[in-house]
Design a binder for this molecule. Structure first.
Ligand SMILES: C[S@@+](CC[C@H](N)C(=O)[O-])C[C@H]1O[C@@H](n2cnc3c(N)ncnc32)[C@H](O)[C@@H]1O
Length: 258
């Protein structure tokens, strides 16, 4: 029997999280941008600063494919009502422990498939998706966003680009070693994905990061972490024409149902 990409990825994330849960020394380390090496933090810092500007405490925020909650907890520090969803129940268990560790009680966690949400009449001010476009069918995702985003709401997405050679090669190797599904290779976001968002939403803003992030480990050794990050950020400005080769992008879409 042919196993679907969704099942392969579910099992992969669920068993990785199970291993983590069984680790007697489980620790939650840093969350949000601080969970990444300094030279890779810029897209997440941009995302967090933007989220902090637009999210107010009375808002309803939906974090799709929340995984083990590494970004959910930083969003929840805004005191907004956060709903976080993932298909892998073990990842949700870790996310709940992480929220407990951070003493946050404004997050509702749900095990669910993002392509088949059922919130009835409920709508959200902000919908977030971090690092997960390649796991979802784009048409289903966009129809779910349109269904559950308030007319004045915003969809914020952070992800990697298929045109980035390192990212693409890494995924291909994982696929060849049977660690990844074929669907995650073909669904890796690219400039066509971005065009699709631009067609579907009233207003779409994008910021690109890390064209030269592969230099990060070397620059960090030569200089220091902050200088390495600053050089990579500077090169993004200088070589903006190469933006399609960026490692990460942050996309902010406003609903077109105005
Ligand atoms: C790369 S992880 C990203 C997790 C988190 N957003 C982060 O940035 O740390 C992708 C997540 O998507 C989840 N996922 C994949 N397909 C899904 C689906 N159809 N519905 C809900 N979650 C899904 C996986 O279980 C996994 O936790």
């Amino acid at each position: 029997m042919k196993v679907s990409g969704k099942v392969i990825e579910y099992e992969r994330y669920n068993s990785k999280s199970e291993e983590k849960l069984n680790d007697p020394h489980i620790n939650f380390g840093s969350s949000g941008s601080k969970a990444f090496p300094v030279y890779l933090q810029s897209p997440y810092i941009f995302f967090e600063e933007y989220a902090a500007r637009v999210i107010r405490s009375e808002m309803k925020v939906l974090d799709l494919c929340c995984g083990d909650g590494v970004h959910t907890v930083s969003l929840a520090k805004s005191n907004a009502n956060v709903t976080a969803i993932d298909i892998a129940e073990n990842s949700i268990k870790i996310a709940k422990l992480r929220a407990l560790h951070e003493r946050l009680n404004n997050i509702e966690f749900l095990v669910a498939d993002v392509e088949k949400l059922n919130f009835g009449e409920q709508k959200f001010d902000i919908i977030i998706l971090v690092g997960s476009l390649s796991y979802l069918d784009l048409t289903s995702l966009i129809s779910q966003i349109k269904k559950y985003l308030k007319p004045e709401g915003k969809f914020i997405c952070v992800d990697s680009l298929d045109h980035n050679l390192i990212y693409r090669t890494n995924r291909l190797i994982h696929y060849l070693c049977s660690r990844r599904s074929w669907s995650t290779l073909v669904r890796m976001p690219n400039m066509r994905t971005i065009k699709y968002f631009k067609r579907e939403f009233h207003d779409v803003k994008i910021k690109y990061f890390g064209i030269f992030c592969f230099l990060g480990p070397v620059l960090t050794r030569i200089f220091n972490e902050t200088k390495a990050k600053n050089i990579i950020d500077y090169l993004d400005i200088k070589f903006a024409l190469l933006k399609k080769y960026s490692f990460k992008f942050v996309l902010i879409a406003s609903n077109n149902q105005l």
